[in-house]
Design a binder for this molecule. Sequence first.
Ligand SMILES: Nc1nc2c(c(=O)[nH]1)N[C@H]1C(S)=C(S)[C@@H](COP(=O)(O)OP(=O)(O)OC[C@H]3O[C@@H](n4cnc5c(=O)[nH]c(N)nc54)[C@H](O)[C@@H]3O)O[C@H]1N2
Ligand SMILES: Nc1nc2c(c(=O)[nH]1)N[C@H]1C(S)=C(S)[C@@H](COP(=O)(O)OP(=O)(O)OC[C@H]3O[C@@H](n4cnc5c(=O)[nH]c(N)nc54)[C@H](O)[C@@H]3O)O[C@H]1N2
Ligand SMILES: [Mo]
Length: 677
Amino acid sequence: MNPSIPGAAPALLTTRETACPLDCPDACSLEVTLEEGRVARVDGTHRNSLTAGFICAKVRNIADHLYCPERLLHPAVRTGAKGEGRFAPVTWDEALDRIVARIDETRRRHGGEAILPYCYGGSNGLLTHDAIDTRFFRRIGASRLLRTLCAAATGRAAQGLYGRMAGVALEDYVDAGLIVLWGVNPSASGIHLVPIIREARKRGARLVVVDPRRIPLARGADLHLAVRPGADLPLALAVVRWLFANGAADERFLAAHATGVDEMRRRAEPWTPARAAEATGVAAGEIERFARLYAETRPAVVRCGWGPERNRNGGSAIAAILALPAVAGKFGVRGGGYTMSNSKVWDLGTAVADPEPPTRAINMNLLGEELLRRSDPPIEVLFVYDANPLASTPNQERVRAGLSREDLFTVVFDQVMTDTARFADVLLPATTFLEHQDLARGYGAMVLQEVRPVAARVGEARPNHEVFADLCRRMALSRPGDAETAAALAEAMISASPRAAAIRASLSEAGIAFPPAGPRPIPFVDFPPPTPDGKVHLAPADLDAETPEGLYHFRPDPATAEFPLALISPATERTISSTLGQLHRKLVPVEIHPDDAAPRGIRNGDVVRVFNRVGDVRCPARINEDLRPGVALLPKGLWSHNTMSGTTATALAPDSLTDLGGGACFNDARVQIEQAE
Ligand SMILES: Nc1nc2c(c(=O)[nH]1)N[C@H]1C(S)=C(S)[C@@H](COP(=O)(O)OP(=O)(O)OC[C@H]3O[C@@H](n4cnc5c(=O)[nH]c(N)nc54)[C@H](O)[C@@H]3O)O[C@H]1N2
Ligand SMILES: Nc1nc2c(c(=O)[nH]1)N[C@H]1C(S)=C(S)[C@@H](COP(=O)(O)OP(=O)(O)OC[C@H]3O[C@@H](n4cnc5c(=O)[nH]c(N)nc54)[C@H](O)[C@@H]3O)O[C@H]1N2
Ligand SMILES: [Mo]
């Protein structure tokens, strides 16, 4: 009996199993409770052992996202000015016909390169990008997008040193004697590591945190190195130097398993503790204490995050951090080594087999500039999906100016009315991972899981593969044998694996599959680095050639007397990048250290102006002693409604690129903060 309505029939509750594909290392296994096809409740299960039966508040409350008033229910066309957000609903046929007509005309007048697809993390599911979308854009000869917003520098460095080897399983941290959290904040960005660290500490593990702020896990850590943003490279090189200088380098391991040892040693040589202290803002004695603790403890594991990559030195910094376990000989035992991203442990194929056309490549971090530059051919059609560039792409004001171009035809395919969607000419409504089929692969947890359409679709929303298959058909680009359904796309990926039969069987029996060496492989025991010679390359020639001044070259802090404060924009526990931002409408403060607030006359709650040469943000201030002095913080993923100026941290982020991989330099934002009248 429904207690609220006397006499009403009991609600029909059913539960279904699925998995979370959102951009997070953990890839939780889920149980969804449905009430008449609508999501009523979401819980974690134990199928992915890392999930351990609990999930984050974001996904627990994901029904709020599915059924929010901002949800896009129908295709629509713009009726107001760009950015105003006024639209009139149309049918799918009308919307897609309009897109096809504009693409046809653009190809005739300027060629396919005048069309730019723009997509990033969205739902991180394997079938929502690099699938039929890629087939479609390749067949129309569109410009290619370099997907560099995140993990470009880390990916390049990890590939160069270890061939993207699988790292230490997060569950194995319980076996570590020392855990180093380097530029990573699991309390927000991957919560299942937190109880594992607590358990390890109970068993006696030491904990070191390298972060410009006192993250929650830094409280009670054995050592917190509050490094200046962008200065991880000299810190890691100083530890490398110390290890060699103090007989703590594992010469036997290095001789057997590494190349580039002498070169790395040579490049680390100038970084005495004193010199590193100057560059990093960490006392020389603390650096030595860390080096000694690291040298003496085994197993020791470094959990390397994405904080150290988002600056001019990002690639070299990650390379130097990942070199540490090789130099100190930390591999070869459970719980020893490093964890970066485990996304490449799968031997899957691609969902579409079309060859990459030789069209121009555009770095997504330069979107604003590319839209405004009127290159040849100019970008005439922008197709945004799985992304919210106005919230997440550097140099927000240029992105906004680019999106405002009257002659630009913009398609936005999203689940909700984002800040970017307001600039669309045509809006297409997308399903969420609870409404469509997909494959979820963790980049911490080493699991592959089926994502099932458990809930009824909201409005007329459609999944990416359906929409791009429809566009292919309308433009007569479909070919016999093309995989078109989610099941066929998944099969195309799986069948390319030498272990296809096992993966297929495991997914259909249990909804989950594991990589060749299982969910908890031990690096250097279960496999060597997947480099051509099976060795770790500490100074690889390709990375060296790619970095403008050579690998491990330190570029000094970009602060000036005019813009002395480093503004960082880390993840929060309430959103996933900017996804779910429509649910959080409060003003968000910029955080500032008391030592920086006092001379500026700034008190808690004051309205301030945060500015530099690329942007300007007005918002409240919050005094926060957990920051390193000289560092301010405004989280990533905010929407225009979260500040008084409608601009966010992204407006203060320069569109300069990392030393490797063409990555974004969000944390190279240097700003001034003053009271706003
Ligand atoms: N200032 C600052 N900005 C940052 C960062 C930073 O450190 N500082 N970090 C960056 C990082 S780490 C990342 S990964 C990027 C992320 O940047 P984006 O990839 O742009 O991620 P989101 O902003 O979350 O936007 C994803 C959008 O995809 C939509 N979406 C989800 N699933 C689907 C689907 O199946 N189909 C379609 N069509 N749409 C879907 C969501 O509703 C959402 O609006 O942001 C970067 N931005
Ligand atoms: N809830 C939630 N979870 C997420 C996300 C989210 O937005 N919300 N985003 C997902 C995505 S896209 C990603 S890429 C991952 C990111 O996961 P994390 O790597 O944890 O990401 P961040 O929060 O960007 O940064 C981590 C820490 O780096 C610190 N930091 C900033 N600059 C530096 C620096 O120069 N050096 C050092 N040592 N530390 C620095 C910050 O203070 C922060 O505490 O999380 C994923 N998980
Ligand atoms: Mo990211």
